[in-house]
Write a protein that binds this ligand. Structure first.
Ligand code: BT5
Length: 326
């Protein structure tokens, strides 16, 4: 059986959504017999699809397998640029490493790397990122914006807004953002973002935005080290979540908000970000490499820098830190 035809058929049916497509029409479009179409449908069922055959009308997909293979994510993807190229892997050390390599080799703006399992998923400062197989979204996106390197941290905030909106659209859940890169439910972390940079004298060559979303883990699926501080969308909503839809929505909102950022600057995103923030107006402790400061988080600047007012009345600009809500 020709596997590419099977994939193309899946894409065709996914794009048709709830509208059945007749066996004859598919046979004509793909230049094969109706019997061959029927055999491809059986093949799809073996791959984990639920195919419904509607009398006199044709076939439609009721359920697709829980996989993030490129052709599945790309079927009915709403973006113009992000995700037009997707590198999908069953396993890798870290999608950041793969994306850095691809960016160096000239991969286009909007290239996405997705893995079902990361053996060396990483956070900031080379901390470990727990990436259970098939239960989360572990992906890195290569962007090539024409902005100076000091603007790179703003993309973490743009991505955070995009992810919160995507989670809301797919699950109805309202997450909040802890500056700079955590997405939380209450005090528990459901998502981390890691923005890395390739730059030279001409400016940014590539931004590599790493996104890790805990989607379908149960508590015992997390490493013991993070069981008490991590949560997943399934734990929050009480039901399994479709990862494919969530990836599509994240890519969609990321494109919408990066375009808004490029056209209008950070100001409109700052307003959106503050609307979802778990940090602003709160008493916090900011741990930096050299010192720890305590005070009230008053807001973020037009550059995305956190403004912390300490008890002596001084306002401090925080560029990078771990934040604890007090
Ligand atoms: C982050 O770092 O939160 C950024 C995480 C980025 C992960 C993505 S996955 C795709 C791409 N490929 C990669 O290799 N990385 C990116 P940071 O703020 O430093 O937080 C790290 C800390 O979060 C760890 O020290 C743990 O305490 C905690 N942690 C680790 N795994 C977690 C998980 N799955 N859920 C919640 N918290 C976790």
């Amino acid at each position: 059986m020709n596997i590419t035809v099977t994939h193309k058929l899946a894409t065709r049916l996914l794009e048709a959504g709830s509208e059945p497509v007749s066996g004859q029409q598919l046979a004509d479009e793909f230049g094969v017999s109706r019997t061959a179409i029927w055999k491809h449908m059986k093949e799809l069922e073996e791959m984990g699809y639920g195919i419904e055959s509607v009398r006199k009308k044709g076939y439609r997909i009721q359920k697709s397998p829980d996989s993030l293979e490129a052709f599945l994510v790309q079927a009915d993807l709403k973006t113009k640029k992000i995700g037009k190229r997707i590198e999908y892997m069953e396993q890798c050390a870290s999608t950041q490493i793969v994306a850095h390599q691809l960016a160096q080799e000239g991969a286009p703006d909007g290239t996405v790397v997705i893995a079902e399992l990361q053996t060396e998923g990483r956070g900031r400062l080379m901390r470990k990122w727990d990436s259970a197989k098939g239960q989360g979204i572990w992906m890195s996106i290569i962007l090539r914006p024409d902005v100076p390197p000091h603007k790179a941290p703003q993309f973490t905030l743009v991505a955070a807004v995009a992810i919160v909106r995507a989670i809301q659209s797919v699950t109805g859940l309202e997450a909040s953002i802890k500056w700079p890169n955590d997405i939380l439910f209450g005090t528990k972390k459901a998502t981390g973002i890691l923005t890395e940079l390739q730059s030279d004298a001409d400016g940014i060559q590539a931004l590599i935005i790493g996104i890790g979303v805990n989607v379908n883990q149960e508590r015992e699926d997390f490493d013991a080290a993070v069981q008490d501080i991590a949560t997943s969308l399934r734990l929050e909503s009480g039901q399994p979540i479709n990862r494919r839809e969530l990836v599509q929505e994240i890519l969609h909102f990321l494109e919408v908000y990066t375009e808004l950022y490029i056209e209008k600057g950070f100001a409109p995103l700052k307003i959106l970000w503050e609307g979802h923030s778990a940090t602003i107006g709160k008493a916090i402790r900011a741990r930096m490499s050299r010192e720890t400061l305590e005070g009230i988080a008053e807001g973020i600047t037009e550059d995305g820098v956190l403004q912390l007012r300490t008890a002596d009345g001084k306002l401090h600009g925080i560029y990078s830190a771990d934040i604890e809500l007090k």
